[in-house]
Design a protein around this ligand. Structure first.
Ligand code: KG4
Ligand code: ZN
Length: 355
């Protein structure tokens, strides 16, 4: 099955061609980082305009790189949620037009399920049937979720963030530390020679009781990063000397990163003790981080479960994960998206009530 995937849910304009859900023939991603950088975060209006201007050429390039003609495609797959409404609309409208013109079926894909599927773009990883049940940590700029994947298409959200996403905590922390946007990669680089135990920043939701039970989820599997961000802000205000002393600065950056990852790992550890799984997995932009990958490796080794990490080139937003997922007959995707609307708050495993 040959699928063209299109992804425009946030600030990456992406198209890819994937054969049989596993073989990536082309993967083109245009990041808009430079356009958003002056504002310290993503500006939705800029994202939409950039998608409109670049998507047709990105799709053409993916088709050319894959050496695939439109008539050879079996389907087109596009992200229709969750994400920025205007940004999603650009990709979905383009895909609907392309489907109409080419006569190819159009699938509507959930961005979070596509991130989970990115695990299987690693050719050495067996099919989902062989590795489920999985406990998956999905960590990106917009999402922080702990998902129990009983089998493909059957997901249970065990925990989620109550406020900021992990990637957002890194991005906002980097802004406070005057490191620019996006924060994750620059924090990882600056933290490299720092002491992660130099200062203990709060971990969020450290005490659990009924008042912290939110969205009907067990707080032992949930995350909170807004207090951590505020703690960093106050620390920086009362210690302006960190900007003058490179060693001190690296120690603070490392300590902040440690607080984010320690929070993630402790919730994953709680869930691993309660749920019997074959594999622990991590996907999303933050999964690119070598420190987090190592921590999860240690945890998986300690508990005695396998570890599946999204390939480094498919952690951040891309369309290969969208096209790949479309080949799974058991995916929770919309199989006729020709008249579908965008769904900015689409939940994992749910389909919109009307098309
Ligand atoms: O998955 P993604 O591209 O977009 C969303 O769906 O949100 O993730 C982007 C996030 C940003 O917050 C960015 O700071 C973070 O992933 N990120 C990283 C690294 N590279 C990107 N975080 C930690 N370490 C990295 N190396
Ligand atoms: Zn994403």
């Amino acid at each position: 099955m040959l699928v063209l995937g299109i992804e425009t849910s946030c600030d990456e304009t992406a198209a890819a061609v994937v054969r049989d859900g596993r073989q990536v023939l082309a993967n083109v991603v245009l990041s808009q980082v430079a356009q958003h950088q002056p504002f310290g975060g993503i500006v939705p209006e800029i994202a939409c305009r950039a998608h409109v201007e670049t998507l047709p050429a990105i799709v053409d390039r993916a088709m050319a790189e894959a050496s695939v003609k439109w008539e050879e495609l079996d389907a087109i797959a596009v992200t229709h949620g969750p994400g920025l409404a205007g940004a999603l609309l650009v990709g979905l409208s383009f895909a609907q037009g392309a489907s109409l013109q080419s006569g190819k079926p159009l699938y509507g894909v959930n961005h979070v399920e596509a991130h989970l599927y990115s695990l299987f773009l690693d050719p050495t990883v067996p099919e989902p049937e062989a590795v489920c049940p999985i406990l998956a940590l999905m960590v990106s700029g917009g999402h922080t979720l702990l998902v129990y994947i009983e089998r493909w298409g059957r997901y249970r959200i065990l925990g989620q963030t109550l406020d900021d996403a992990a990637g957002e905590a890194l991005d906002k922390g980097a802004a406070v530390l005057r490191l620019g946007y996006p924060g994750g990669p620059v924090i990882e680089a600056r933290a490299r020679d720092g002491d992660p135990n130099f200062h203990r920043f709060p971990r969020g939701l450290e005490r659990f009781d009924e008042s912290t039970r939110t969205f009907g989820l067990d707080p032992r599997y949930c995350f909170s990063f807004s207090g951590l961000k505020t703690a960093l802000l106050y620390y920086v205000r009362s210690h302006p000397e960190i900007f003058e002393d490179p060693t001190l600065f690296r120690n603070i950056v490392a300590s902040y990163q440690e607080a984010v990852f320690d929070t993630l790992v402790s919730r994953v550890s709680n869930a691993l003790q309660d749920f019997r799984v074959n594999n622990l997995a991590c996907v999303g932009g933050v999964a690119k981080n070598a420190v987090l990958r190592r921590k999860l490796e240690d945890l998986a080794g300690k508990i005695g479960v396998g570890l599946l990490l999204a390939p480094l080139n498919f952690c951040t937003d891309n369309a290969a994960m969208v096209a790949g997922l479309a080949a799974r007959p058991d995916a929770a995707l919309w199989r006729d998206a020709t008249t579908l609307d965008v769904c900015p708050d689409l939940r994992l495993g749910t389909l919109p009530s009307s098309s």
